[in-house]
Write a protein that binds this ligand. Structure first.
Ligand SMILES: Nc1ncnc2c1ncn2[C@@H]1O[C@H](COP(=O)(O)OP(=O)(O)OP(=O)(O)O)[C@@H](O)[C@H]1O
Ligand SMILES: O=c1ccn([C@@H]2O[C@H](COP(=O)(O)O)[C@@H](O)[C@H]2O)c(=O)[nH]1
Ligand SMILES: [Mg+2]
Length: 243
């Protein structure tokens, strides 16, 4: 069912037939096309010379991809691959929050309690961390992994960053598979236990889904199968985009 199994949604119009999706991941870089017409050659040149999405002084607005999906759906795993193969900067909202915890700040103490409970950190905190990370990355293509988590997050991002995403990707994964993956993650995360996972799944249903509904338009990525199989579908999607 749609509300159970999430998909990938393009907010931007698909490219014209002249920029068709690559049939395999191997040649996808050759399918990246510029978004705007007049500075097209300059921008194309930057794409081919950029490192991790940075254009070494980008004053233009970056291409923003929100990457959403349930807990354990594989957002982080796929973002790592996208970043490597498509030259995006990967900003994980969860990682930014965990970094704040590790810094020993007062805010970090509040955040760790919220994460243990599987709840959502106040929007101002998360958006400010994302905004600073975007600025620091100086990237022209940014993956924002695991955000927005609720309508309030979405609205706060628009207000503070002043942007809407260019694309929203949803990873579609059944609950039992997500639970299995989280329980096997073994990275010492405070929320990888069955009690917190159950709470996260409830929050996912009640708060994440309305955001997903807000963005829903067409397309989805089936997040079952191996990470490589899923990435093949991701490649098709990203190869069809104009960055
Ligand atoms: N397709 C897959 N098949 C099996 N295991 C996977 C797959 N993709 C990712 N995993 C594993 O599942 C676990 C969760 O994946 P990942 O951390 O990418 O999910 P996530 O969506 O970022 O989760 P969270 O929302 O908790 O951050 C990791 O241990 C990862 O190695
Ligand atoms: O935008 C966000 C992102 C995350 N959180 C909190 O962090 C945990 C873990 O996040 P992951 O993205 O899955 O690593 C999440 O359960 C929330 O408690 C948040 O509040 N806002
Ligand atoms: Mg993650």
């Amino acid at each position: 069912m749609w509300r159970r199994r999430l998909g990938a949604f393009l907010l931007r119009s698909p490219p014209s037939s002249s920029s068709t999706a690559a049939s395999s991941c191997q040649h996808r870089r050759h399918h990246l096309l510029p978004r705007e017409e007049p500075p097209a050659l300059n921008r194309l040149a930057r794409l081919f010379t950029s490192q991790a999405g940075s254009d070494g002084g980008n004053s233009q607005k970056p291409f923003i991809a929100f990457v959403l999906g349930g807990p354990g759906s594989g957002k982080g795993t796929q973002c790592t691959k996208i970043a490597l193969d498509f030259g995006f900067a990967h900003l994980s909202a969860g990682d930014l929050l965990r970094h704040e915890i590790a810094s020993g700040s007062e805010k970090g103490e509040l955040i760790v309690d919220i994460i243990k409970e599987g709840r959502i950190v106040p929007s101002e905190i998360t958006v400010e961390l994302i905004r600073k990370a975007m600025e620091a990355s100086n990237a022209n293509k940014v993956l924002i992994d695991g955000f927005p988590r609720c309508e309030e997050n979405r609205i706060a991002f628009e207000r503070i960053v002043g942007r809407e995403p260019d694309i929203v990707v949803f990873f579609d994964c059944p609950e039992d598979e997500m639970v299995k993956r989280l329980l096997g993650r073994n990275q010492g995360r405070v929320d990888d236990n069955i009690e917190t996972i159950k709470k996260r799944l409830k929050v996912f249903e009640s708060l994440n889904i309305p955001v997903i509904d807000y963005y829903s338009s067409r397309g989805k990525i089936n997040a079952t199968g191996t990470a490589d199989e899923i990435f093949e579908a991701v490649c098709k999607l990203f190869s069809s985009l104009r960055f």
